[in-house]
Design a protein around this ligand. Structure first.
Ligand SMILES: *Cc1c(COP(=O)(O)O)cnc(C)c1O
Length: 356
């Protein structure tokens, strides 16, 4: 029994969805502590844009604030509003800066914008409030050009953090890294700011020369592998799904779309309430194992939109039982050709986020 669907105390009780994203609070906090220690003495923030990469920004912020994180990053003012009220002592920055249409929301928000264009600087200057500033050192995405940043445009602004963003930090030997760092150092020498920040997750693994005063990890916190040599990060998210039904399949019968699997012998097949619409993308099928208690059960046939079949021949599991399916983001990215970021942000909204 979970929620009362009508909120009236009536007998109608919502059992909750038959599929979950199991989220590990201890792993999240351990990942943050790990990257914070790697980046120390720089402070370590947390990027929680896109609902903390799909895991749930309010829950992530609460847990990381408890772990000691103070600097949080979202993409938009709507994402900032969703985190109101912030935990005591936490600050929030809006990566996309501030549009004209955001000014009233920004006035009511404790968050500060990361200004990235002369238009944004002009807009924010009138508030007299502190800001962060993004300078572009090679990404050609958000940020003032070095010429704009050093033109006097920023004179008199109260800049908390001056930052730039690395394009190739996941490739430690890429010449862009040193080039962007040198450009950032040169600009930072000319612009007064309380702190300087350059490194995302992968940038932290580039070493102390990239840490400056504050790092801004995202992916690493959520169990991704930000760089080939990154170690010590634990998975945070796993799937869990209920068995919609359990059936007997005769030897020679096929399972699923395309009849890609033929039962070599009589088997018990479980049909899980989970599919590619939930983020279990079909190329993940062959490498994913479902766990019924201690028994590992292979996925058989092609993953469908809402359903996935598993071999329960050796498992003691019945209709209504829950199976768990670990999610290895690096392996999933290899299997699909997608980014680990896309695997995370593509986890479906039908999955009930359950933090342990
Ligand atoms: C998304 C983002 C980050 C976090 O990057 P990860 O690779 O997930 O660690 C850091 N800084 C900026 C400016 C970003 O846009």
């Amino acid at each position: 029994m979970r929620r009362d669907r009508r909120g009236t105390g009536s007998a109608t009780v919502d059992p909750g969805p038959p599929l979950r994203l199991l989220l590990d609070s201890a792993a999240l906090a351990a990942n943050w502590r790990h990257v914070a220690a790697l980046g120390a003495p720089a402070a370590c923030g947390a990027v929680v844009k896109a609902d903390a990469f799909g895991l749930g920004a309010p829950e992530v912020v609460a847990r990381l604030a408890t772990a000691g994180c103070r600097d949080f990053y979202v993409a938009t003012w709507a994402e900032a509003a969703a985190l109101d009220p912030l935990p005591p002592g936490a600050t929030l920055c809006v990566l996309h800066g501030v549009r004209t249409a955001d000014m009233s929301a920004a006035a009511a928000s404790p968050a500060r914008p990361i200004l990235g264009s002369p238009e944004q600087v002009a807009r924010w200057r009138s508030t007299g409030r502190a800001c962060d500033v993004m300078v572009d050192t090679g990404m050609s995405r958000l940020g003032l050009t070095p010429a704009q940043a050093t033109s006097g445009l920023l004179d008199g602004l109260c800049i908390d953090t001056l930052m730039s963003h690395l394009a190739c930090a996941d490739a430690p030997d890429h010449p862009m890294n040193a080039r962007q760092r040198a450009a950032f150092v040169a600009i930072a020498a000319r612009i007064p700011a309380r702190r300087r920040s350059l490194a995302n997750s992968a940038g932290i693994w580039l070493g102390p020369a990239y840490h400056f005063d504050l790092t801004r990890p995202g992916l690493a916190l959520y169990g991704g592998t930000p760089a080939p040599h990154a170690r010590g990060l634990a998975p945070v998210a796993a799937f869990a799904a209920e068995l919609v039904q359990v059936r007997h399949v005769d030897a020679g019968a096929t399972v699923g779309y395309g009849a890609t699997f033929t039962a070599p012998a009589p088997m018990r097949v479980g049909v899980l309430n989970l599919g590619y619409a939930d983020g279990l993308l079909h190329p993940l099928g062959p490498a994913t194992v479902a766990h019924a208690g201690a028994t590992a059960c292979a996925i058989v046939g092609r993953v469908s939109m809402d359903l996935t079949c598993v071999d329960l021949t050796h498992a003691d599991a019945r209709e209504g039982d829950w199976l768990t399916l670990p999610l290895d983001l690096a392996a999933a990215a290899r299997a699909t050709g997608l980014l680990q970021y896309e695997i995370l942000t593509g986890l479906g909204r039908r999955l009930e986020r359950v933090w342990r």
